[in-house]
Ligand binder design. Sequence first.
Ligand code: SF4
Length: 369
Amino acid sequence: MCEHAFVRWSDLEVGEDERRQLPGYRDESRVRRFKAPEAVDIRFMEVRAKSALNRVPTASRVPFKWTVNPYRGCTHACVYCFARPTHEYLGMGAGRDFEREVVVKVNAPEVLRSELSRPSWRGEHVALGTNTDPYQWVESRYKLTRGIWEALLEARNPCSILTKSPLVLRDADLLRRIGEVADVSACLSVPTLDEKAWRATEPHTPHPRARLEAVAELNRQGVPTGILISPLMPGINDGPEQVERIVELAIEAGAVAIGGNTLFLRGAVRDIFFDWLRSQRPDLVPRYEQLYRRGAYAPQAVRDQIQSSVRVPSGRLKPYPEAIERSGARTPGLQRGGEGRPGEAGVARETRRSLAAVIEDQSRQQALF
Ligand code: SF4
């Protein structure tokens, strides 16, 4: 393969020039390491992808058909991450490998640009952050997500982003410009403000308060942005007073939408989560064994009760931009801001299923990469 096919760095990398063959990729990947505290013991495997746009399986209930994910694996390392099992399709593990062996699609922006320019492309909504976080630490080096926004801007294509990182602010200029020609929205995931719970469950994510500051700044810059309080984990971050505080701060940050969902544990994530529980919160093990004894979900009544704390007083969310409301191309399923209507006391007027359901769907899919 041509050496220029890969990213070149000056003094940023360390380690041997390794190669690795990954399932599903024709050429060998180049393995890279970086001199940075955030990248200790992490291997980044650069690949050239054949496609960037991934079609969501038709059986899915998600309200968008296309996704783009420049990275596979995620160094944020959230213990509950529903995307972990996708690493198994690469012949790697859903545990440590998912956090430490990250595939980087170095040509994602150029491939996307080409795909968006095809006559057959119909300009449908493209969702980012549907599986792994496009703003995990290494994005500060590769800038692939920025390149993806540039391609979407050139194509005037509607799009959205879900992330846990304020690094998204780096690209606020592009999001704002996309918003001038197409529908765009952002969503920051903020499951907890509790320092202990945050460090224990999402060890390498940016501080949740920095995420709320990003919500405020994006809204201030005209990028409609909401939050997602998910997953809500019984006994860990689901206390009504904890959730209400996040809702309150999100409203102060000008959030246009707020959603939440209860933890679900599917595939390999179940064992990973229970191992974590045994080591970090053994007191909760019997409760979780009871709650999840029938499978991936807690009983509906429990979920309803937990999620009832994600309530937004009517009229308190920032109104969604009128043009986007009209178009229907919104971040799907979140409680929406607006003036509210009589008879909708206590909750926002969006009645579509929650973003929680969207995420649940994605966990079943294998073709989002
Ligand atoms: S940030 Fe998202 S994709 Fe990354 S580990 Fe956490 S839940 Fe998974």
